[in-house]
Design a protein around this ligand. Structure first.
Ligand SMILES: CC(C)(COP(=O)(O)OP(=O)(O)OC[C@H]1O[C@@H](n2cnc3c(N)ncnc32)[C@H](O)[C@@H]1OP(=O)(O)O)[C@@H](O)C(=O)NCCC(=O)NCCS
Length: 183
């Protein structure tokens, strides 16, 4: 997802507002989650976000999202933000955050999502890290007890929805397959 940073999105210094960046991250993450689950997804949690560099008015902001792992009804989505100087082409990584989205059914209740099939070493690394973050996240909100009896297929998972490969690449612009967009 790429947008031109306009003056209305900026603070008096001409840098994009953090809230605008978070909004775009939420949208890109929700798209990746919806593409993985083919459900309406709501944001359940966002891990911390650090803004590493300002993005200036007149630069492009690119938001890239990818499903890293799925629980029973929730998915972790990694969202990365980049700035691009449109004159020089310089591209900088400016933020990363891990979002948790929950898929809802027609009645607005959490509903099972496909497991993530991690095949490449990179996908397996991302998935293992996602599972460690999930443990920490659920401990923080007092839900870890439910995780202790984790079945072999993955966190909180039952085999009621077919598993799915994650996106073959990160989510940016253009068409996506299985929870990701390409830049
Ligand atoms: C997210 C929400 C649907 C979860 O409802 P719930 O009654 O706790 O549902 P469940 O207990 O069945 O949990 C559903 C999943 O959410 C996960 N979850 C719930 N709260 C969470 C949190 N704070 N952080 C991470 N995961 C969370 C659970 O671990 C579970 O995942 P799993 O099925 O993969 O194991 C509900 O809290 C909600 O609607 N929140 C508001 C969402 C919203 O409107 N967001 C936009 C901003 S306000």
């Amino acid at each position: 997802m790429t947008e031109l940073v306009l003056p209305n999105d900026a603070n008096p210094l001409g840098n994009i507002l953090g809230g605008k960046v978070m909004h775009l991250m939420d949208i890109a993450g929700a798209l990746a989650a919806a593409r993985h689950s083919r459900r309406v997804c709501v944001t359940a949690s966002v891990d911390s976000i650090d803004f590493l560099h300002p993005i200036r008015v007149g630069e492009a902001i690119q938001v890239v999202a990818q499903v890293t792992d799925a629980g029973r009804t929730s998915m972790e989505v990694q969202v990365d933000v980049y700035s691009e100087n449109l004159r020089t082409g310089q591209r900088r990584h400016t933020a990363t955050a891990f979002f948790t989205f929950v898929a809802l059914d027609e009645r607005g209740q959490p509903t099972p999502v496909p497991a993530v099939i991690a095949e490449t070493p990179e996908e397996r690394r991302r998935q293992a890290e996602a599972r460690r973050r999930r443990q920490a996240r659920l401990a923080r909100v007092g839900r870890l007890v439910e995780e202790q009896a984790e079945p072999a297929q993955g966190p909180g998972r039952t085999a009621d929805v077919p598993a799915r490969r994650p996106a073959s690449g990160p989510v940016g612009d253009g068409e996506a397959a299985g929870g990701g967009d390409r830049p």
